[in-house]
Design a protein around this ligand. Structure first.
Ligand SMILES: N#[N+]C[C@@H]1[C@@H](O)[C@H](O)[C@@H](O)[C@@H]2O[C@H]12
Length: 448
C-alpha cells in the first residue's frame, strides 16, 4: 500500500520572491537606492552586467502576478519589502509612495484570499546606510528597528507573519567575506561583525514587534545539511565546522543565546567576544523560523580552503541543477528533523525550496516544459511530508520562486520560477511545474 501524502489541515501552500529580484523601478516614486542598485550598476559585478532596473516589472504588474497566484490556487505569498523604497535614506523621512505600494500589494493579495508573508530585509540595504558603515555600524540595529516599526504600524494585522532577515549567512559570507554579493567586501574581520549586527538588528525588530505587533515574527535562514565525506576524524571535523559556520551560526544565538564554539577556530583572531546583553537581545523568543533548503553538502577536510578548511565532494550519481547544486531531497527531511531535535521542534515554514534548470528564453506555443523541476518539487514535497510524519512542526511550504527573476550576481542566467518570464516582452507563462504545483495545492498533497 503506497503512502498517502495528504498534508495536515491548515498546512499553507505558497510561493516566494524578493523585492530587488522582481520589482524593477528601484528608484520610482521617491525610492532611495539600495546597495544592490549600486552593486548592479558597478561594471563587472553582475553576469552580463544585468541589473534590477526592470527585472519582472512587478512594481507595475503586481496585480497581474497576483491573478496568476490566484489561478494556481496559492494560499500565501512571501515577498520582501525594499527598505529604501519606504525610507529612502534608510532612516528618518518616510516615503509615503513607497509605503503605499506595499499597502496596495497587501490589500490586493487579501482581496484574492492570499495571505501576505513579508520579509523586512532580503539583502537590499539602503545605500545611504551603507555610506554610514551599513552592517558594520552598531547603530544599524536601531536603524532596522526604526524601519521595522514603520512597517508594523502600517501593515501589521493585514500581514500576520513577518520575517526579520532573509539568509543572514549569505549576506555576510557573500557580501563581506568572499565579496561575490553586495556590498562586495572581502574581509574576514568584517564578516563576524556584520553577522553579529544582523542578529542584533533581528533582535531590535522582534523587540519592536512585541511592543506593537499582534501576530507572528520569525527569521529566515538557509540550511544546507553537511555530511562527512568519510569516517576520518579530519572529514568529521570539517563537517562540524561547516555545519557550525552555515547552519548554526544564526540559529544557535537565536535559540541558545550563544555562538557555536567552532566560530573561533574558523575566524581565529577575527572572532570578537560580544557582550551578554547583545546575546540576550538576539535570543528573544520568536514565533517561527523560515528554512530555505536547496541542497546538501558532502564535506571533506581541505587545508587550502579559506577560512573553513572544508570543501564539497561532488556526487556524480545524482542530478545537479544549473546553479551546481546536487538534487538531494533526503537532505530536506534530514534538515527538518535536525531543526526539530536541536531547537525543540519550533514551528517551521519551508520559506524557499526550488531549482534552476535550463528553461528557454521564450515559451513555445504558450507552454514551457520543465520535467526536471516537476520531479524536484515532487521529491522535495514528499520529503517534507516524511518530516511531518517524523513529528516535525511544519506550517507550510513556499516554492522558490513564483517568477523567473534576477538571480543576484548571476543576473537573469538562472531561471528558478514556476512561471516563465520573457524578459523582452514581460509575458508570463505558467510552466508545467506551475500546473503540477497547482494540482498538489488543490489536492492538499494527495496527488504527490
Ligand atoms: N541561489 N539562489 C536562489 C535563491 C535566491 O534567489 C534567494 O533570493 C535567496 O533567498 C536564496 O538563495 C536562494
Amino acid at each position: 500500500m503506497s503512502k498517502s501524502y495528504v498534508f495536515p489541515e491548515g498546512f499553507v501552500w505558497g510561493a516566494a520572491t524578493a523585492a530587488y529580484q522582481i520589482e524593477g523601478s528601484p528608484l520610482a516614486d521617491g525610492a532611495g537606492p539600495s546597495i544592490w542598485q549600486r552593486f548592479a550598476h558597478t561594471p563587472g559585478r553582475m553576469l552580463n552586467d544585468d541589473n534590477g532596473d526592470i527585472a519582472c516589472d512587478h512594481y507595475n504588474r503586481f496585480r497581474d502576478d497576483i491573478a496568476i497566484m490566484k489561478s494556481l490556487g496559492l494560499q500565501s505569498y512571501r515577498f520582501s519589502i525594499s527598505w529604501s523604497r519606504v525610507l529612502p535614506e534608510g532612516k528618518g523621512r518616510v516615503n509615503q509612495k513607497g509605503l503605499d505600494f506595499y499597502e496596495r500589494l497587501v490589500d490586493t493579495l487579501l482581496e484574492n484570499d492570499i495571505a501576505p508573508v513579508a520579509t523586512l530585509f532580503h539583502w537590499d540595504l539602503p545605500a545611504a546606510l551603507d555610506d554610514r558603515g551599513g552592517w558594520l555600524n552598531p547603530d544599524v540595529a536601531d536603524w532596522f528597528g526604526e524601519y521595522s516599526e514603520v512597517m508594523f504600524k502600517r501593515l501589521d494585522g493585514r500581514i500576520k507573519r513577518w520575517a526579520t532577515l532573509n539568509e543572514p549567512w549569505v549576506v555576510t559570507d557573500g557580501g563581506y567575506l568572499h565579496g561575490a554579493l553586495a556590498p562586495g567586501h572581502r574581509n574576514r574581520f568584517e564578516a563576524p561583525i556584520a553577522s553579529h549586527h544582523l542578529l542584533r538588528a533581528h533582535g531590535k525588530s522582534v523587540q519592536a514587534y512585541r511592543a506593537i505587533g499582534q501576530h507572528d515574527i520569525g527569521i529566515v535562514v538557509n540550511i544546507e545539511p553537511k555530511y562527512a565525506a568519510s569516517d576520518s576524524a579530519e572529514d568529521q571535523a570539517a563537517r562540524d565546522r561547516a555545519e557550525a559556520y552555515m547552519n548554526r551560526q544564526y540559529l544557535d544565538p537565536v535559540f541558545f543565546g550563544k555562538y557555536p564554539e567552532q566560530m573561533r577556530d574558523i575566524f581565529g583572531e577575527a572572532w570578537p567576544e560580544w557582550p551578554q546583553a547583545d546575546m540576550d537581545l538576539i535570543s528573544q523568543p520568536i514565533d517561527f523560523i523560515g528554512v530555505n533548503y536547496y541542497t546538501r553538502n558532502v564535506t571533506r577536510h581541505d587545508e587550502s580552503s579559506w577560512p573553513l578548511k572544508a570543501s564539497p565532494v561532488r556526487q556524480p550519481q545524482h542530478t545537479y541543477t544549473e546553479t551546481g547544486w546536487e538534487v538531494y531531497p533526503q537532505g530536506l527531511t534530514d534538515t527538518l528533523t535536525w531543526v526539530k531535535q536541536r531547537y525543540g521542534n519550533p514551528q517551521v515554514f519551508i520559506t524557499e525550496n526550488g531549482a534552476a534548470f535550463f528553461d528557454p528564453p521564450k515559451a513555445e506555443r504558450g507552454r514551457v516544459r520543465d520535467p526536471l523541476r516537476v520531479s524536484y518539487l515532487r521529491q522535495h514535497l514528499r520529503a517534507v511530508h516524511d518530516a511531518i510524519d517524523a513529528g516535525c512542526n511544519i506550517g507550510g511550504y513556499f516554492v522558490w520562486s513564483l517568477l523567473d527573476n534576477l538571480e543576484w550576481s548571476l543576473g537573469y542566467s538562472k531561471r528558478f520560477g514556476i512561471v516563465h518570464v520573457d524578459y523582452q516582452t514581460q509575458t508570463r507563462t505558467p510552466k508545467d511545474s506551475a500546473r503540477y504545483y497547482a494540482g498538489i495545492v488543490a489536492s492538499h498533497g494527495a496527488r504527490l
